[in-house]
Design a protein around this ligand. Structure first.
Ligand code: ADP
Ligand code: MG
Length: 568
């Protein structure tokens, strides 16, 4: 049969496909496996009304690689393609038989992934020749479609026993230069198995391959004393994918151990997660399943610019993006996990999502969920929450401070500060609720350690009134407090700034009189301090200490120090 030409547009498209749509050539396997799975879905769907279409061996996808012949074969016992379908679906780029199938059958029951009609051509990124042998369900005759790429294809009758499709790729030769990527890796079973686990682990039909295993040979009867065991390579047919995604199972059927194990293997953390959040969200714009984890510890690079946040994104069990940053706000960047939604509008490469409504809607709902889970933990499991706060509190505080405090109200309730009275971390609400009737302001002191702060002379007067003080020990704390301004109508007030108005009229008068009486001495002291202080006077805020330093206005001494970059 004469060679058919791809349409002119198709030729250009194909060239573009091969050279630019995908950034990783390894995804060709994901695309071919997705097609195989779609084809099985279609046969499965038809078999619901025609039992004769159920294959004896069960639905499955097979991979096999032949290093000598340099071929990789992907076989499925799906619906297969007729001559016309081969022509139509593989001869026309951007023609999706799968999309047509979904439209014709008006079904949401299948998990069909295909829609753009370009995935198949990803084969040409790694193959110099592609041969498709297919026999459509119910058909007597098989057909063979073959192509070397842009200059066309042929279709001829061929032989095939059972229904389904074999895609046989002749893998390109390795380039000469040492630095070039090789193609031979796509003939190695372990590399292929790794790709299946990475991209296609949750395809719901088994993906099988003959895998080599090293096995100890049986010990001979007459083995000598110093017998050393010998090994041989045996092949077994292994299923490479785990098929049912953990997050699609019912929560009650999953143990915490399973969650932990999944976390450790997927995110390479040797520690158990601090918290697992698994839920399904039925939304107006997008429905999704999410499995999220809060790690016990920040990754070593968390607070550096090398860290990149993000959740894995799946659609119908196929991973389309390893780290989708848009799903998490920076302040929750420590959250790990994945989101699976079949409602996303993907662009043709499946690598980049169009920045669309659905993605935004999912991100907003995830943020809310994470926040409410954290608040629940803060309320019910304080000890765990403190662990969380110690690990990631800085991230929350930095988030509250960033962008001129745009997100501060969302994060306010999550924050914890050290309470002098309780000698532990408390929330701002808790401080506010425990305030005595006559307390007008929320007191805080900023310094390098709680120990240093407890020795602050100004603290004594406040404590004498039985008022609590928040000790702020991180540089960022006081900035946040000043940004938050108040808690339930009570303003924050630094005990080292300005006049606290805690002394009685009498005490004030007495102090003033003493100041006037000793003016000469104070002037001498001020002169001796040589411009380092603005004024020296008698204070009514001291109880047992002889002196204290006070700043004027709202900036505390500590904040002035941070702003001036003076070390402690
Ligand atoms: P998409 O999967 O987005 O539709 P592809 O380029 O991957 O686009 O595939 C084009 C079409 O070819 C599919 O829609 C399907 O109709 C057909 N096809 C591809 N692979 C197979 C297969 N293994 N079995 C049956 N049909 C297939
Ligand atoms: Mg496809």
């Amino acid at each position: 049969m004469a060679k058919q030409q791809f349409q002119a547009e198709s030729k250009r498209l194909l060239d573009m496909m091969i050279n630019s749509i995908y950034t990783h050539r390894e995804i060709f396997l994901r695309e071919l496996i997705s097609n195989a799975s779609d084809a099985i879905d279609k046969r499965h769907f038809k078999s619901l009304t025609d039992a004769s279409l159920v294959p004896e061996e069960g639905f499955e996808i097979h991979l096999s690689a032949d290093e000598d012949a340099r071929t990789l074969t992907i076989s499925d016992n799906g619906i297969g393609m007729t001559k016309e379908e081969l022509e139509h679906n593989l001869g026309t780029i951007a023609q999706s038989g799968s999309l047509a199938f979904k439209q014709e059958n008006q079904t949401d029951d299948t998990d069909i992934i295909g829609q753009f009609g370009v995935g198949f051509y990803a084969s040409f990124m790694v193959a110099s020749h592609v041969k498709v042998v297919s026999k459509a369900c119910g058909s007597e005759q098989a057909y063979i479609w073959e192509s070397d790429g842009a200059d066309g294809y042929t279709i001829e009758p061929g032989e095939k026993d059972s229904y389904g499709t074999d895609i046989i790729l002749t893998i390109k030769p390795d380039p000469e230069g040492e630095d070039e990527d090789t193609y031979s890796e796509f003939l190695q079973t372990y590399r292929l198995a790794g790709l299946v686990r990475k991209y296609s682990d949750y395809i719901r039909y088994p993906i099988k391959m003959q895998m080599p295993h090293s096995q100890e040979k049986p010990k001979p009867e007459d083995a000598p004393e110093d017998y050393k065991p010998e090994y041989e390579t045996v092949y077994t047919e292994d299923t490479l994918n785990s098929m049912i995604p953990l997050w699609k199972k019912a929560k009650k059927d999953i143990t915490q151990d399973e969650y932990d194990e999944f976390y450790r293997s997927k995110f390479m953390d040797y520690m158990k997660p601090l918290r697992t959040i698994h839920f399904h969200n039925e939304g107006l714009t997008a429905s999704y399943d999410a499995l999220l984890y809060i790690p016990s510890q920040p990754p070593f690079d968390y607070y550096s610019k090398d860290f990149s946040k993000g959740l894995s994104l799946y659609t119908s069990g196929v991973m389309i993006m390893e780290k989708c940053a848009d799903l998490l706000p920076d302040y929750f960047g420590f959250v790990r996990g994945l989101v699976d939604s079949s409602d996303l509008s993907l662009n043709i490469s499946r690598e980049m999502l169009q920045h669309d409504r659905q993605l935004k809607a999912i991100a907003i709902s995830l943020e809310k969920k994470i926040r409410s889970e954290l608040l629940k933990m803060q309320k019910d499991e304080r000890e765990e929450y403190i662990k969380f706060w110690n690990a990631f509190g800085y991230s929350i505080k930095a988030g509250a401070y960033a962008n001129y405090g745009a997100d501060k109200e969302k994060l306010r309730d999550l924050m914890m500060f050290y309470s002098a009275k309780n000698e532990k971390l408390i929330t701002l609400k808790e401080y506010r609720e425990a305030m005595p009737e006559d307390q007008e302001e929320i007191y805080y002191a900023a310094g390098s350690s709680t120990d240093a702060l407890s020795k602050l002379p100004q603290a004594e007067m406040v404590r004498k009134h039985d008022y609590d003080i928040l000790y702020l020990t991180a540089d960022i704390d006081e900035f946040i407090i000043s940004q938050l301004e108040s808690q339930d109508d009570k303003k924050f007030r630094s005990i080292t700034a300005g006049d606290l108005n805690l002394s009685s009229e009498e005490e004030k008068k007495e102090a003033e009189e003493k100041s006037t009486a000793n003016r000469a001495m104070f002037d001498a002291m001020k002169e001796a301090l040589d411009g380092k202080v603005k004024d020296v006077r008698v204070s009514s805020r001291l109880v047992s200490d002889p002196v204290c330093l006070t700043s004027e206005g709202n900036l505390s001494i500590e904040m002035e120090r941070v702003l001036n970059n003076v070390p402690n």
